[in-house]
Design a protein. Structure first.
Length: 124
């Protein structure tokens, strides 16, 4: 399974990528902002899941999610938002935009595993 991790923090991308590797996901692309994320999706239509931050320059995560959801190629792609935006209003906004699940930073590898399992429909 090919995944895309989009976050303007290279440290956060590395943490998420390392956690995904430990969970058995090896085919992982990265983007430093929504524009890079969109370009990666557009040129790699075989990406099967998007994990994105909210607050990024150029194109933020919410804009990226809306753009992804507006494209029929990615209508059913699972999207997890990983962000410091933990307020109820932000969570609702993200879910309405098309996010399948939501993780508030900081998080543990177990939380990422549980959210991945939930969006993939895999029992723990």
């Amino acid at each position: 399974m090919k995944l895309l991790v989009v976050d303007d923090s290279s440290t956060m991308r590395r943490i998420i990528k390392n956690t995904l590797n430990r969970l058995g996901y090896k085919d992982i692309l990265e983007g430093a902002d929504g524009v890079e994320g969109w370009n990666a999706l557009d040129t790699n239509p075989d990406i099967e899941m998007l994990i994105t931050d909210w607050n990024m320059p150029e194109m933020n995560g919410l804009e990226l999610v809306k753009k992804v959801r507006a494209d029929a190629r990615f209508a059913d792609m699972p999207i997890i938002m990983v962000t410091t935006e933990g307020g109820k209003a932000e969570v609702i906004t993200a879910l309405k935009a098309g996010v399948n699940n939501y993780i508030v930073k900081p998080f543990t590898p177990q939380v990422l595993k549980e959210k991945l399992s939930a969006v993939m429909g895999v029992a723990e």
